[in-house]
Design a protein around this ligand. Structure first.
Ligand code: F6P
Length: 546
C-alpha cells in the first residue's frame, strides 16, 4: 500500500482550480445542461440497489479529476491488498479480512501458511448448529425449558452491528426475544433483567478482546445474578456463551470451551457482525437469513474488487464525499433511512466512519493538512423533516446527505408507503432545486423585496445521494452495509490515514480505568488538572466519600 500525500497529487491541485469553477454552479443548471443527468449519474447494483448521485455539485470533469485522484493514490492496489490479506492495518500489524467472513468463492485465503477459509467455514457451521438448537427449542435451560430470550452483552462493534441488523430486519424475526446490553450504566442491565426469566435466557458475551470494561462488568453482574438464583455452577454452561478472539480470557471467566464462538485478530471490532459476533443475528433471524446477509455483502465485495473505478459504487461515493469535505469544507454528512426498521443505521455508520477515519496523523507519520472524516449523523425519515431539516434547506451550513428508501415496504398499510416515498423524493428535490429560484434571485438583486417571499426563499443547491433498495432484505442490507464499509476504506486510502485502529478510543479507556482507581478512596494518589480534580472532589463530597 503506497502512502501518497493526497494534497500533493496533480489531481488535487487541479481539483482546487476546478472548485473555483464549480462552487457557484447550481445543481439546477447542471440538470438543464444534461437531459440525461439521472442516467449518466446513477448506477444499479444487481437489480437490487439504485444509487443516484446526480443531485450533487459535480460535473463530468469533477468526476474525471476525482477518479485521477483515486488512481494517483493507488486505490485499486489498496483494494487488492486488502482482499489478499496483506498487513494493511500497519499500526496493529494485522490483515483486514472481514471480507473473508462472507467469502463465497472456493479459493483459499492464506494467512501465516494457513487457509483461513477452513476456520471461517467451521465456525459458521457451529453458528448454524447452535442457532438451530436454540430456535427449535431443543436447547434447554437449567430447569429443562426451551430458550425464549437472548441477551447480547457487548459494546461498539460487538453491539452496533448486530443490534442494527436485528432491528433493520425485524420483519424476518422469529419468536426469540433479543435484548442488547451495551452501556455500563446499571439502568440498562436492571431494565433488561425486568424483562427476562433466567431459566429461559441465554447470555452472549460479545467481546473480541474479552476485556472491555463495560462488557465484562455487565457479564460479571449477570453471572453473579445467575449463581444467586441457581446456586449451581454446573448450570452456567447452559446459559453463558462467549463470542470472542481472546479465548483464554473467556475460559478464565468460566465459559465452557464448547460455548466459545471464535473469531480472529484480522476481524476489526466494527466489522465483526459478519463473524461469530453476529450470533444474535443468526438467532433472531435464523441461520438462512444470516447466510443471505453474508451473501449480500459478498456480492458487494465482488463489485468493489472487480468493477472499474468509474462505475464502482463505493469508490464513487467516497470520492464525492472527499470533494465535499476537502473542497467545499463541509464538516458533516447526514444519513436518512426512510425505513423505520433501519433507525439504528446512522448510529451504526457513525462508528464505521468516525472510528475508522477520525484521524489526524497520516500514513507517513505527519500531521494531516486536509480533512479526514466528516461527522456522521442522521435519523429515520420523516421525523427529521419536522425538526432539523429546516437547517438543511435554509441554514448556513452545507450538509451532503444520503437518503435511503425501499421501494417495497414490509408494512404497506393504506397509502403510507407512497406518502413516505413522496416525502423522500420531495426532500432530495427541494434540497437540490429550492423554490422559485429565479423570481427570488431577481427580487433580491433588484432590492425589490417582498418580505414574505424573501423569508420563504430556499436557494437549493444542497447535494444528496438517493439510494433506493427494492426491499430491505437480508441480502440487500448486507450489500448496503458492505457498500458503506468500502466507501470508508476508499476515503481512508486516499486521505492517507490508517483506518483500522482507534487509539483515541483506547486513550479514553485507559484514562477511565486510572480515574476509577482514584474515585473510590478518600485520598488522591494522583494529580489531575484542576477541573478533573474539582469534579472528583464534588463527587466524593456529595457521595460522602470525603
Ligand atoms: O470502542 C473501541 C472498540 O475497540 C471498538 O473498536 C470495538 O468494537 C469495541 O471497542 C468493543 O471491543 P471488544 O469487542 O473487544 O469488547
Amino acid at each position: 500500500m503506497k502512502n501518497i500525500n493526497p494534497v500533493k497529487t496533480a489531481a488535487w491541485k487541479q481539483l482546487n482550480n476546478h472548485f473555483l469553477d464549480i462552487k457557484n454552479v447550481h445543481i439546477k443548471n447542471l440538470f438543464h445542461l444534461d437531459k440525461n443527468r439521472f442516467t449518466n449519474y446513477s448506477i444499479i447494483f444487481n437489480n437490487e440497489i439504485l444509487v443516484d448521485f446526480s443531485k450533487n455539485r459535480i460535473t463530468e470533469k469533477t468526476l474525471q479529476l476525482l477518479l485521477c485522484l483515486a488512481e494517483e493514490c493507488y486505490v485499486f492496489d489498496a483494494i487488492k491488498s486488502m482482499f489478499l490479506g496483506k498487513l494493511i492495518n500497519k499500526t496493529e500489524n494485522r490483515s483486514v479480512l472481514h471480507i473473508a467472513l462472507r467469502n463465497k468463492l472456493d479459493s483459499k485465503i492464506i494467512i501465516n501458511n494457513l487457509d483461513i477459509m477452513f476456520s471461517v467455514k467451521k465456525e459458521l457451521k457451529k453458528i448454524k448448529n447452535f442457532s438451530n438448537e436454540i430456535i427449535t427449542g431443543r436447547w434447554k435451560g437449567y430447569t429443562g425449558k426451551s430458550i425464549s430470550d437472548v441477551v447480547n452483552i457487548g459494546i461498539g462493534g460487538s453491539h452496533l452491528g448486530p443490534y442494527m441488523v436485528t432491528e433493520s430486519l425485524k420483519a424476518y424475526k422469529n419468536h426469540l426475544n433479543i435484548h442488547y446490553l451495551s452501556n455500563i450504566d446499571g439502568t440498562s442491565i436492571i431494565e433488561i433483567l425486568k424483562k427476562v426469566n433466567l431459566e429461559t435466557t441465554i447470555f452472549l458475551i460479545a467481546s473480541k478482546s474479552f476485556s472491555t470494561d463495560e462488557t465484562i462488568s455487565n457479564a460479571n453482574y449477570l453471572k453473579d445474578q445467575f449463581f444467586f438464583k441457581t446456586n449451581n455452577l454446573n448450570y452456567f454452561s447452559k446459559h453463558f456463551f462467549a463470542l470472542c478472539e481472546n479465548t483464554s480470557s473467556a475460559l478464565n471467566f468460566g465459559i465452557d470451551k464448547k460455548n466459545i464462538f471464535k473469531f480472529w485478530d484480522w476481524v476489526g471490532g466494527r466489522y465483526s457482525v459478519w463473524s461469530a459476533s453476529g450470533l444474535s443475528v443468526a438467532l433472531s433471524l435464523g441461520f438462512h437469513n444470516f447466510e443471505l446477509l453474508l451473501y449480500g455483502a459478498y456480492s458487494m465485495d465482488q463489485h468493489f474488487l472487480n468493477e472499474k473505478l468509474s462505475t464502482n459504487i463505493p469508490v464513487i461515493l467516497a470520492l464525492i464525499n472527499i470533494w465535499y469535505t476537502n473542497f467545499f469544507h463541509t464538516e458533516t454528512e447526514a444519513i436518512f433511512p426512510y425505513d423505520e426498521y433501519m433507525h439504528i443505521f446512522p448510529e451504526y455508520l457513525q462508528q464505521n466512519f468516525m472510528e475508522s477515519n477520525g484521524k489526524s496523523i497520516d500514513r507517513n507519520g505527519k500531521l494531516v493538512t486536509w480533512n479526514t472524516s466528516p461527522i456522521i449523523w442522521g435519523q429515520s425519515g420523516t421525523n427529521g423533516q419536522h425538526s432539523f431539516f429546516q437547517l438543511l434547506h435554509q441554514g448556513t451550513t452545507l450538509v451532503p446527505c444520503d437518503f435511503i428508501i425501499p421501494v417495497l415496504s414490509h408494512n404497506p398499510i393504506n397509502n403510507h408507503h407512497e406518502k413516505l416515498l413522496s416525502n423522500f423524493l420531495a426532500q432530495t428535490r427541494s434540497l437540490a432545486f429550492g423554490n422559485d429560484y429565479d423570481i427570488h434571485k431577481n427580487e433580491i438583486s433588484n432590492n425589490f423585496i417582498n418580505k414574505n417571499k424573501l423569508y420563504q426563499y430556499c436557494e437549493g443547491n444542497k447535494p444528496s445521494n438517493s439510494i433506493m433498495l427494492k426491499k430491505i432484505t437480508p441480502y440487500s442490507l448486507g450489500s448496503l452495509m458492505a457498500l458503506y464499509e468500502h466507501k470508508v476504506f476508499v476515503q481512508g486510502i486516499i486521505l492517507n490515514i490508517f483506518s483500522f485502529d482507534q487509539w483515541g478510543v483506547e486513550l479514553g479507556k485507559s484514562v477511565a480505568s486510572d480515574i476509577y482507581n482514584n474515585l473510590l478512596y478518600n485520598s488522591f494518589n494522583k494529580k489531575y488538572d484542576s477541573s478533573t480534580e474539582g469534579l472528583l472532589k464534588t463527587y466524593k463530597k456529595w457521595n460522602n466519600i470525603l
